[in-house]
Design a protein around this ligand. Structure first.
Ligand code: TYM
Length: 330
């Protein structure tokens, strides 16, 4: 059996980049009988930056419904909310106590977020990677499907696992990141050299899975390209067109080579029109299912059963870890 875990922060509107970077990989992995999959809503991570209470609650529930709407199968995947399994905080603290300030300060995502943060940088923003390590190590995960932006955190997780194992004896499995090289980094539609991010202040930069369909189509049609006019993949010189080709290819499973051939005599307008229609079909399908799940009682039952399984696995691990570290009386 291979155990797989991944999470998404409910810190904004889940985007097509989150889908292509992480969720789509799960859709493939759940086809394999040998895989046991845990997916969670990383709400504790979301509060490392300021969150409105009401909006956070809404985003947590929406993310649960979206996972299902995207095609996550509950017989293969156990879905839970991170804050409902307190073992994450417990192991998070132990991981923090095994992390060094210097290595945390060197994390690219910390440096980026620190620069953007206008109203004070929380300690949680700095100590985010040890909590992420705890999320993974608690379950002895073998594989962690993520986008490229999380690979540094995964490397830190591996370091922490090895560090702990060396200090206290074999305790944690050392996990591998699973990154799909084609969709590892989807870029902003307005600044195609920057990653597409759900917390981008400019909503034109991303396609959210819950965007109004016409708004989403407009975003594709007004995506930044270049003045050359030819539809070919050249990440360096044509980042905008290359990004759109990546999205098109990932949503249709048509190779970029075949797309270049298909559009060799076309213009950007036609290409974008077609991609907008593909995005329309993709979003319509997800939103129809989302509208069902968000109102359904099933959602709470699924989250309850995911929480119970996660708690069962995580609490056993935490007991072992406490013993190894010498905490408490047992
Ligand atoms: P988050 O919420 O920022 O992103 C969720 C997933 O989407 C991927 N992703 C992207 N993939 C391709 N292109 C992009 N532009 C893009 N933007 C985001 C991310 O790599 C991620 O896989 N720290 C994590 C959440 C987390 C987690 C974990 C993940 C907490 N604990 C344990 C895995 C395992 C995060 O902030 O993801």
């Amino acid at each position: 059996m291979t155990r797989i875990i991944t999470g998404i922060q409910p810190s904004g509107n889940i985007t097509i980049a989150n889908y292509l970077g992480a969720i789509k990989q799960i859709l493939e992995l759940q086809k394999d009988e040998q895989n046991e999959i845990l997916i969670f809503i990383a709400d504790l991570h979301a509060i490392t930056v300021n969150q409105d209470r009401i909006a956070l609650k809404k985003h947590i529930r929406e993310l649960a419904a979206l996972y299902l709407a995207c095609g996550i199968k509950t017989d293969k995947c156990h879905m839970f909310i991170q804050s409902e399994v307190p073992c994450h905080n417990q192991l998070g603290w132990i991981m923090e106590c095994n992390s060094y300030i210097g290595e945390l300060e060197r994390m690219t995502q910390f440096k980026d977020k620190k620069q953007k943060q206008t109203d004070g940088i929380t300690a949680g923003l700095l100590t985010y990677p040890p909590l992420m390590a705890a999320d993974i190590l608690l379950y002895d995960a073998d594989v962690v499907p993520v986008g490229e932006d999380q690979t540094q955190h995964l490397e830190m997780t591996r370091n922490l696992a090895n560090r702990f194992n060396n200090k206290y004896g074999e305790t944690f499995k050392v996990p591998e990141a699973l990154v799909n090289k084609n969709t590892a980094k989807i870029y902003s539609l307005v600044e195609p050299t920057l990653k597409m991010s759900k917390s981008d202040p400019n909503p034109k930069a991303y396609i959210a899975l819950l965007d109004d369909i016409n708004v989403a189509k407009k975003k594709i049609k007004s995506a930044i390209t270049d003045s050359e006019g030819s539809i070919r993949y050249d990440k360096e010189n044509k980042p905008g067109v290359s990004n759109l080709l990546t999205i098109y290819s990932a949503l249709t499973n048509i190779s970029i080579k075949d797309l270049e051939e298909k559009y060799k005599n076309s213009n950007y307008q036609q290409f974008k029109e077609d991609l907008a229609n593909i995005v329309e079909e993709f979003l319509t399908n997800i939103q129809n299912k989302f509208n069902y799940y968000i109102k359904s009682n099933e959602l709470d039952l699924i989250l309850n059963s995911g929480r119970d399984l996660a708690y069962h696995l995580a609490s056993r691990k935490i007991q072992k870890v406490y013993k190894k570290v010498g905490l408490g009386r047992n």
